[in-house]
Design a protein around this ligand. Sequence first.
Ligand code: NDP
Ligand code: 2IT
Length: 443
Amino acid sequence: MSYAMRILDDSKKKNPNEPEFHQAMTEIIPSLTPFLDEHPKYEKAGILERMIEPERQVMFRVPWVDDSGKVRINRGYRVQFSSAIGPYKGGLRFHPSVNLSIIKFLAFEQIFKNSLTGLPIGGGKGGSDFDSKGKSDREVMAFCQSFIDELYRHIGADQDIPAGDIGVGGREVGFMYGQYKRLTGQYEGAFTGKSLTYGGSLVRTEATGYGLVYMMENMLAAKNTTFEDKTVVISGSGNVAIYAAEKAVKLGAKVVTMSDSNGYIYDGDGIDLDAVKQIKEVQRGRISEYLKVKKTAEYVENGLVWSVPCNIALPCATQNELLKNGAELLVKNGCMAVAEGSNMSTDLEATHYLQDNGVFFAPGKAANAGGVAVSALEMAQNSSRMSWAFEEVDCRLRSIMHDIYTECSMAAERYGMKGNLVAGANIAGFRKVAEAMLQQGVV
Ligand code: NDP
Ligand code: 2IT
């Protein structure tokens, strides 16, 4: 058995009951085999064994009081996976499904993603099983403050810098940053995704979605085409989905679907994004409410968005949202390219099905890296006490996404897997972290 497969097997045994973490490791580790075989120095130094073991993981109690005066308890997590190339960096997810396995898979992927950005950021992730749906602003604030009452001792501008993810946007980051500042007395960039009024960066709100579309722009260019006149199917209707749709439309495409965990909307005229922003960002409502604005649109409860014919598909909701049955529908309807906005949108079976049927595919760690890349630019602006113009940040984002595409393509080609951006992203992301670990000794 190869070094990579042996380590994967050992880790699965050592971490039972962590299916998402197993899945993330299985998607990455075997694809590193040609690189590891070529460089035995990494096996000798135990790089892979060290890389799959988080440097530290914290789990804690989060008590808070709801509007009826009842005490509620949630569980908080922060997994500080790797600081080989920079301070731990990665978002916080608040969703009832959150558990250690999910946070570990996200933190593990984040190591490779952050490495691909070319910026000095290590990998981490955190969150809670808190469900903000139906909660008042005061309840969300009470939860966020209690969460930070514990987390503050583990984070800091040069130590670990959280940001948003599912269920964590500008409102939550604001409440958490306020509490962090109160407890530490430090006005430092210990969070990214902050609002513009207190140290946020222009383009951070848009960055993941815009970056995803810039990645797809590079993929389409390699196939001698563009977004012009393409039909795009998008899942989700949160931060990533909304700004991916906005940029795709700007580049000439028509976006015909969006969804949430209850169902999807189909609008053959192209989704009215101002309406979606009003429903999702202002009213915090359900996507089905779109039909009140656009009577000719359709709403399909519990439907599979991948059944809608398209040229391009951008999954932007959550992990394992596009499985083999969805991939079959996309292929049957002639979809030419898929890029993951959500982390681990597909499983390996669906990924292989898409690739084997000629669909150009980009994995999340490359395609959605624009969010964390602009987070790193926010950190740079904070530490230099500067703020850059929208055009400057957007231009840097576009160039970072181009570089990621090129790095992944070249790494795939170098190891005999031309066009396989999954293998390319894994190898290109791994190589920098592995080399940094080697140079820093046994730590
Ligand atoms: P939001 O909370 O803004 O939106 C999440 C969207 O996905 C909502 O429409 C939500 O619907 C839907 N969704 C969430 N969980 C599920 C589920 N279990 N089943 C079906 N639908 C679900 O999150 P983001 O847009 O920030 O994140 C979306 C994805 O992008 C995540 O995978 C995240 O990890 C990834 N990502 C985010 C980045 C960022 O900068 N925000 C950066 C890189 C990746 P509902 O309202 O019904 O829950
Ligand atoms: O998955 C991700 O890359 C994010 N949620 C963004 C992380 C960040 O630190 O901006």
